[in-house]
Design a protein around this ligand. Sequence first.
Ligand SMILES: [Zn+2]
Ligand SMILES: [Zn+2]
Length: 161
Amino acid sequence: MTPQREKIIHIFQNLPRGNHLSAEELHQLLENQGENISLSTIYRSVKLMTKMRILRELELAEGHKHYELNHPYPHHHHHIVCIQCNKTIEFQDDSILKHSLKQCQKERFQLIDCQLTVMTICQEAIEMGWPSILPSDWRCTRAISEGHHHTPTDLVDEEND
Ligand SMILES: [Zn+2]
Ligand SMILES: [Zn+2]
């Protein structure tokens, strides 16, 4: 484990639960801590750490990769994503894993990860008149005020894994 990778893991460990970071956001957070790691090094590190199964790579928004700490199978969760503001909510549902396992066994594939991304429009975007009135770069107040998409704490509290 290189010091750089340790710093990256440290950032992810200290994120509020339910947060996901893009390589660019990770780069910004490291820079805020006074770390001078180039963006290209971060791209390479997160790719490698995904292969090593330390991080989990998610394509929550189109062409936009996010990362979170990888919790080994069978711990898993799924994502509800607003396609307008990228707000992301995590949820758990064992039946999705069970169905996936069954299909994998039938086809003789080995299941490594199970992640369902549900594309949605958040309530706030609908109330603001999505899609006709909203500009494409509109973000809901939560996304703006917190600088990133967070899991509402009421949903996190319901999880007891
Ligand atoms: Zn997640
Ligand atoms: Zn939204």
